[in-house]
Design a protein around this ligand. Sequence first.
Ligand code: BLA
Length: 517
Amino acid sequence: IESTENIDLTVCDREPIHRLGHIQQFGCFIALNVDWIVAFCSANTQDYFNTDPENFIGQPVRQWLDSQLIHDLRSAYQSAIITGRNERLFNRKIDATGQPVDISVHFNGVYIVVEFEQIPASRRSEDSFVRALISQFYRARTAQELLEDMAQQLRFVTGYDRVMIYQLLPDQAGEVVAEAATSELESFLGLRFPASDIPKQARTMYTKNLLRVINDVHANPVPILPIGEGQSGRLDLTYSTLRAVSPVHIQYLKNMGVGASLSVSLIVDDNLWGLIAFHHGSARVPSYAMRTDLELFAEVLALELSARLSREREAAAKQVRDTHDKVISTISRQGSLREVLVAQLATLKNLIRCDGIAAVVDGHAQGEGPCLTGAPLQQLLGYLEQQDTQQVFHTDCLTDLLPDYDINQHHVAGLLAIPLSHATTDYLIFYRNAQTQTVTWAGNPDKLLQPAAAANHTGEATANALMPRTSFAAWQETYHERAEPWASSDLRSAESLRVTLLELVIHNFQERDQFQQ
Ligand code: BLA
């Protein structure tokens, strides 16, 4: 695996990917000022309007379009201002050339942007797949099953080689949680990638414009004219359907052996929950109508996902309450605090997702699964002694607390400690192993993809790093000492468990006090 040390990942976050001044070559771009005079156009107007850009810019666009289309474009533009999105006109014709096109219209804050895509003569009319797919939702019992089913179905209806559901985690790293792919491809299922693989400004853009297609990583992007100081490079292309993609990301795809990609945002509760990501070995661009369907489908899927996730959260919360009840009902009949907790460890372990659990009473631990013992445990207790005993303590990086701690020897990387009394000697502790232990490459680890020669201005080191294997290695580098972060639902469960256990402890001591008197 190539070295990933000398990449400045903050550079990625600063690239102005919405102002690259280029489009992809599968369409024609024009930006009109409010008089419907052409202010900017892509260099390929000849193909669509039979006119060179120099004779196009500065002219009223109605010279090339019939009055009905102009009328429809105006009303599409009016709606686009209200919806803040692209409005679409399918199966239209450019009057001047007879060219059949699909058209997208939006307002970018300064200009009216109209984008044209040729309709190939060979294209058959497609039936919408949206209804058929939605009608399959009921088959899936869980959110996870839903995503797996839909990845399969989407591959079937779109014909891409690989379809992945890529979920963004709380720290913006991502995981491939479902996948459907041709059998020749190495699986990416279960793999995690660092946040920097989809830089921040890209994630922000993906919450506004929900779909992007990269039709051919080997095609040259088409410049938008005029080029020059303060010219097309200043155009905001956030909502453009043809926007040329960052050369850094193109290199990433090339290194992966991907010829074309498409991704659609899954927005849950106003946040970018993840992407449906499509890969194809060769150039590919689905029709604008199909992309429109995919966008709609992704919105419906996100709603279904949201509903299911919240139901599953509720069910998990109920399980926590039931476990509480179970613990309470059995606990009072038993002896010392240590005995009580130890007898319940297996049940308690189900409350919060963890690898190990331990009851520490008077500084002595008894546990199940991977737990700290010996010197690291004593160091941890020394640390916890200085913390607030009224609060649950948690960390996903134990080496931050204990500088001498050797992760390679003990594996435990994160913990959540519930203080059981005001004494600083009694805790219930949940442990998590380092994340990289639970995530490994599928397939043959020796079958490294060869990095392509650095073919752009970003430099060789970056090009080498830009592929899933090195990217995954970079993620491992960062995460080999980190556990999966404790989710807010984990912390809520822990807090209610703390209150329950505290009551029991007080109760227990009172009873014992009475007994002793
Ligand atoms: C965009 N990066 C993306 C996108 C994906 C990924 C899905 C959305 C664009 C698309 O649909 O292709 C990441 N793709 C992945 C991952 C897998 C995958 C993780 O298939 C795993 C299987 N990328 C880097 C680094 C930089 C970078 C280091 O790895 C920055 C220097 C940049 N990625 C980058 C940029 C975009 C991007 C700039 C935005 C592309 C655009 O929309 O213009």
